[in-house]
Design a protein around this ligand. Structure first.
Ligand SMILES: [Zn+2]
Length: 113
């Protein structure tokens, strides 16, 4: 399970299994944000609920034990890094094909970086 809380904490998403709830209307979900959450759906399907949740929590707590802040520990979870890579790849593809008309990832992306 995951909450994506960008700077303003006004936008978030929660993906559990094959369902994602967004805090904004579907029309406002940027494609790279959707790519991030869709990656989590694939992770749930690939690894199963138990393994996903256990590993997610274990990696977060390991990061905190190592002295990372909440945000650092969250971003360091392997599932989050994989989902962010999917979002980055989506953004890069769109930028190549749509050019500079594309808003930056920080503008309405819902992602933490
Ligand atoms: Zn995520």
């Amino acid at each position: 399970m995951r909450l994506v809380t960008p700077r303003g904490v006004t936008e978030w998403a929660l993906t559990l299994g094959q369902h994602t709830w967004y805090s904004v209307p579907q029309t406002e979900v940027m494609p790279w944000w959707r790519a991030h959450e869709d990656c989590h759906k694939q992770q749930f399907a690939r690894d199963g609920w138990l393994r996903f949740c256990a590993r997610y929590l274990w990696e977060y707590l390991a990061g905190r034990r190592a002295g990372l802040t909440h945000a650092q520990a969250y971003l360091n979870i392997s599932y989050e890094r994989e989902a962010q890579a999917a979002a980055d790849a989506c953004y890069a593809w769109l930028h190549r094909n749509l050019g500079r008309a594309l808003p930056t990832m920080a503008q309405g992306s819902g992602l933490e970086h």
